[in-house]
Design a protein around this ligand. Structure first.
Ligand code: AMP
Length: 432
């Protein structure tokens, strides 16, 4: 299958070939002809499948085919995304794919000054990419007119619901023309019932397109679980990165605080690291991401929300330092690697208290993730942990009395006996 056979215009084909794409991905092959025909779409497309070009190319073409009289400040195509990072990436793709077409595009999101956005909107924007909160701000200020929207894209819709944007989305949809008068596209990695509900309310008898099975993980990604005690995860991570010569690693933690702490610890271990999460300013997030993409920083520690939509070409390693509470997040997280035909590895450091989360992930994805015990990092049993705690207590008492310890000829503190390394043993150590 070639891009030419999908019915795209010469301007778009030129942009695609300048990007070096030789053939459309599965989602592009399915979605592009349907969108060109004007159908609504509900697409189950995972991250890394090429879904952005899948909707951008046909939308730009449809916009070129039907020129309309517009009111000033009115928008023709609206793409809603859950995060600022994804908004920026989608906007960059629209610029790239539309570089030989005259449509003006813009991106708006919160966390930055609103005035430059107002000036940009005033100049007239046809394609707008936005996060819901800031878009509503503009609607309320009257700096944007959504009454002529012809094309609506809800990108990563499941994540927008997870992030609590449903009320904002409903308010935005009220400002749009009736659904019969617009083309609606909904992209989602997973399809919980709330998404189906949303689709039935706001889409016109949508065609269903699935690039891969629901909740399945990208096949090119090698997945692995390393069982480990919680207290030794950081040590194991430094070892994996160092011993494996990993050059670019995206690490997920559950909390912002955890991300900051881990970034500090990895730095102390000599690994250049930066953290990205919702408490950081937009400028800091953008800087961290660009340092990581350029390779000046080796490790990027991120929370789920901040990492949403990150598109890093050929990212080889993703690590789950903590397993996510929501199993669908596992699919999103590991989808950061193995993008667009590249191979990737997703490693999860799983402590015994996370065995339930691991089981939910495996039942969602329908596959058992291979486990590998690393030598020197075997999970300790409860009795061993108790012993270790007692030993620790004793040795800290001895540390507090160095003179006394010396008198009895004992060393003041002990060093761990084993040196960590790989073990070829693969075992299911969390089996019931
Ligand atoms: P997306 O799933 O839209 O985030 O795209 C993931 C990555 O795939 C991006 O880096 C795109 O540049 C790339 N991509 C999109 N379409 C193609 C294609 N047909 N061939 C090769 N790479 C592509």
């Amino acid at each position: 299958m070639s891009f030419e056979s999908l019915g795209l215009s010469a301007e778009l084909l030129r942009a695609v070939s300048e990007q070096g794409y030789t053939e459309p991905t599965a989602i592009q092959t399915q979605a592009i002809p349907m969108i060109l025909e004007g159908q609504d779409l509900m697409a189950g497309a995972q991250t890394g499948t090429g879904k952005t070009a899948g909707f951008t190319l046909p939308l730009l073409q449809r916009m070129s085919e039907a020129a309309v009289d517009r009111k000033p400040r009115s928008v023709r195509a609206l793409v809603l995304t859950p995060t600022r990072e994804l908004a920026m990436q989608v906007a960059a793709s629209i610029e790239t794919y539309g570089r030989h077409l005259p449509h003006r595009s813009a991106v708006i999101f919160g966390g930055v000054k609103i005035n430059p956005q107002i000036s940009k909107l005033r100049q007239g924007v046809e394609v707008l990419v936005a996060t819901p909160g800031r878009l509503l701000d503009h609607v309320q200020r009257g700096t944007i007119d959504l009454s002529q929207v012809e094309f609506l894209v809800l990108d990563e819709a499941d994540r927008m619901l997870d992030m609590g944007f449903i009320h904002d989305i409903r308010r935005i949809l009220k400002c749009l023309p009736a659904r019969e008068n617009r083309q609606n596209l909904l992209f989602s990695a997973t399809f919980p019932k709330e998404i189906k509900q949303l689709a039935s309310q706001y889409l016109n008898s949508p065609q269903l397109v699935e690039a891969a099975r629901n909740n399945s993980t990208v096949e090119l990604i090698e997945q692995r679980v390393h069982p480990v005690d919680k207290s030794r995860k950081r040590e194991m991570l430094s070892h994996l990165i160092g011993a494996g010569y990993w050059k670019q690693v995206l690490v997920f933690t559950r909390t912002k605080h955890g991300a900051n702490r881990l970034a500090r610890q990895l730095e102390a271990d000599g690994l250049s690291t930066t953290a990205i999460h919702g408490n950081k300013s937009q400028a800091a997030r953008t800087r961290a991401l660009s340092e990581f993409k350029q390779g000046t920083v080796r490790v990027l520690v991120a929370t789920d929300i901040a990492a949403r939509g990150l598109d890093i070409d050929q990212l080889p390693h993703v690590v789950n330092f903590d397993l996510p509470n929501v199993p669908e997040d596992y699919v999103h997280r590991i989808g950061r690697t193995g993008r667009a035909g590249n191979e990737g590895m997703a490693v999860s450091l799983v402590s015994p208290d996370e065995s339930k989360l691991l089981r939910s992930i495996e039942s969602l994805t329908g596959q058992e993730i291979p486990q590998q015990v690393l030598e020197g990092y075997e999970v300790t049993t409860r009795a061993q942990q108790e012993n270790a705690r007692n030993n620790h207590r004793k040795s800290s008492q001895r540390r507090r009395k160095p003179a006394q310890a010396k008198r009895h000829g004992r060393p003041a503190a002990r060093k761990p006996a084993t040196k960590p390394g790989y073990s070829s043993v693969a075992s299911r150590c969390f089996a019931d």
